[in-house]
Design a protein around this ligand. Sequence first.
Ligand code: URA
Length: 422
Amino acid sequence: MDPIAVIATKRDGGELSTTQIREIVAAYTAGDVAPEQMSSLLMAIVLNGMGRREIADWTAAMIDTGVRLDLDGLTTVDKHSTGGVGDKITLPLTPLVASYGLAVPQLSGRGLGHTGGTLDKLESIPGWRADLTIDEMTAQLRDVGAVICAATSDLAPADRKLYALRDVTGTVPAVPLLASSIMSKKIAEGTAALVLDVKVGSGAFLPAVDDARVLAATMVELGTDAGVDTRALLTDMSTPLGRSAGNAVEVAEAVEVLSGGGPSDVVELTLALAREMLDAGGLGDVDPVENVRNGRAMDVWRTMIAAQGGDPDAALPTPRHVHEVRAERDGVLVSLDALAVGHAAWRLGAGRSRPGESVSSAAGVRWHAGLGERVRAGQTLFTLHADDASRFDAALDSLAEAAVIGDVEPTRRPLVLDRILA
Ligand code: URA
């Protein structure tokens, strides 16, 4: 295989053959294709796209660089979000769905840039450990039904290497690359069913609804063709979810939801995704509100956290420094921009700029009004949390235009915008 010929094919708008794809993905993973060659090919894919057959081949090639888990014997159903701001839904959703007897293998990631990572959030719980062996993960799935842990390095290792390269070469937001990256890991993980939460709006990788719909349809098709019962919800990410973005602050919010409270949008999305997952797992007639009300979902959360070394009763880390931003005028909160809030949380230390960087568990942003709510001049609009006070200036820059206070109630777009089935 000649990498230059493969690059030239895609550069000139041609179709890559199955063999070309298989060989270049395997060779890059083995270190036999230079990163500058792979970056060039990735950029050609971003600019010229890929057909369905090419995307399926690219996904299969990534899966073939690693192992496939065997979760037979369990009724597995998983969920994946394409990433958003304040998106802590995995935290209450996983124990909620598992409380109905389904096995939920949530292999999650760490955050990079403005979208937070589920593992970073959970690591703010004292003692909690993300790295489980495959045996530990499957044992917890059998015993507890719920596990949220780091994807092992032998699941689609090509994706780990390609994602790191995409992240520094401006080649993340492209349907073929997003779809194959996400679905290679989910198919390799061995889940029988998968519900995708595809985000739309400023805080999403693909802000436009039409692009998000194509991404969702592509992933549903890849999953279905691989024998995974896959469906997707398109959900709004123009405004951040809940009332906080960061690490410990989001865990606290997830616990509120499991206790029967929490922000209404987080509750709504958790229940909408739970209904899809229960339906995919053969429990379409169950109302997930029940196990929030009777405490069963909370029981599974506590067992799940403890099984991974965490203390569900421990106090969460608090920030060394707090800064409040006050509303300048009376009015109604007309908009709150997801991307701006995500950047602020990241700049406060909740996220990382380079892979491997450590994050601050206590860092984050809380906002005290939701869209359409009335605010008064002088009222606290945002509370910023940081361990390092020198981070406040950059976060305040990000938030400068984040919130708009006006006089007329905004028309709110629904949280769930569309449902895409196979
Ligand atoms: N999450 C992934 O797993 N892959 C991407 O490409 C983007 C988000």
